[in-house]
Design a protein around this ligand. Structure first.
Ligand SMILES: Cc1cc2nc3c(=O)[nH]c(=O)nc-3n(C[C@H](O)[C@H](O)[C@H](O)COP(=O)(O)OP(=O)(O)OC[C@H]3O[C@@H](n4cnc5c(N)ncnc54)[C@H](O)[C@@H]3O)c2cc1C
Ligand code: FES
Length: 271
């Protein structure tokens, strides 16, 4: 059972729109009323993109937004499954399992949050910033991307967050550099009650260290290869201070202080 008390179930979801929103990135909108009404920010769905042997393994996707019985998924085309998703047209029906996993937690009394999104890390932040706004939490957003055109979900972030700061690798918008060069100053100046991070793991690790140094709680959303999505296959293991956990059922959102980061990851790689 999920944190919201809803059992994940299979739902037949009708694709109602599927548009390119940036280079190599699409936004798919599904009619999926049961999952949309149950899903919480940071949870994900496991999508069977098409029939046939190569699609037997479902692909996990965060839910970007879930308005009025619909599920919006922001996806990057990286391989066979996401290529097939990009080619799907309205009217297609796919089955999905959801809601899955543990999402973002907003502790009682949170007044100010810093949300940090790198690249596709914007995907699980849509529902989160909406939830923070509903609760009256003043939210600062720090976003990083290769270039201005790859800064996803900007309209939503600008409409919902009190302040937004961006960094791009090529300097086409905001700071020329990594988003981690913004977050240190934002944590020190703004003193948020909590930091939420999603993006490339080296970036998450750096922001987690910055938050820890400032004594601010931090949650991270970790991506792992997932086969079953329901805790049975152990393909999605995350090392934590209390042992090995499964990203699909114990995460994908973890308290950053619990995570034992992969020593092979180079935090200097940034995001
Ligand atoms: C909890 C969770 C939420 C996610 N949310 C999103 C999202 O909102 N938007 C989005 O675009 N992507 C998201 N992903 C990643 C997405 O699941 C993969 O990109 C997708 O499964 C790739 O499928 P494919 O068939 O196109 O690629 P494949 O042909 O299977 O693989 C292509 C490349 O992608 C890598 N890859 C495959 N599956 C995963 C995976 N599960 N995690 C990480 N890398 C993978 C492979 O190692 C390979 O390098 C999420 C992953 C997880 C675990
Ligand atoms: S994906 Fe099978 S245990 Fe997590």
């Amino acid at each position: 059972m999920t944190e919201a008390g809803h059992h994940p179930e299979v739902e037949r979801a009708g694709l109602v729109a599927n548009e390119r929103v940036a280079e190599g990135v699409g936004l798919a909108v599904f009619d999926a009323p049961r999952t949309a009404s149950a899903i919480r920010p940071g949870q994900f769905v496991h999508l069977r993109i098409a029939e046939g042997a190569e699609f037997i393994l479902r692909r996990p996707f965060s839910v970007y937004r879930a308005p009025a019985g619909r599920l919006e998924i922001l996806y990057q085309v990286v391989g066979r499954g996401t290529r097939a998703l990009a080619q799907a047209t309205p009217g297609a029906v796919m089955d999905l399992i959801g809601p899955l996993g543990h999402g973002w937690l907003v502790p009682e009394g949170t007044a100010h949050a810093l949300v940090v999104a790198g690249g596709l890390g914007a995907a699980p932040m849509g529902m989160l910033v909406e939830e923070l706004a509903r609760r009256g939490v003043a939210t600062t957003l720090a976003q990083g991307a290769p270039s201005e055109g790859r800064l996803l979900a900007r309209e939503l972030f600008e409409a919902t967050c009190r302040r937004t700061e961006v960094a791009t690798d090529d300097g086409s918008a905001g700071l020329c550099g990594f988003v981690t060069e913004l977050t240190d100053g934002l944590i020190a100046a703004d003193r948020p009650d909590i930091v939420y991070v999603c993006g490339p793991e080296p970036m998450q690790r750096i922001v987690a260290a910055q938050a820890a140094a400032a004594g601010v709680p931090c949650q991270v959303s970790l991506e792992r290869l997932m086969a079953c999505g329901v805790g049975a296959c152990l393909s999605c293991v995350v090392s934590t201070v209390s042992g090995r956990k499964r990203a699909c059922v114990d995460g994908p959102v973890f308290d950053a202080a619990e995570v034992v980061w992969d020593p092979c990851e180079d935090p200097e790689a940034g995001a």
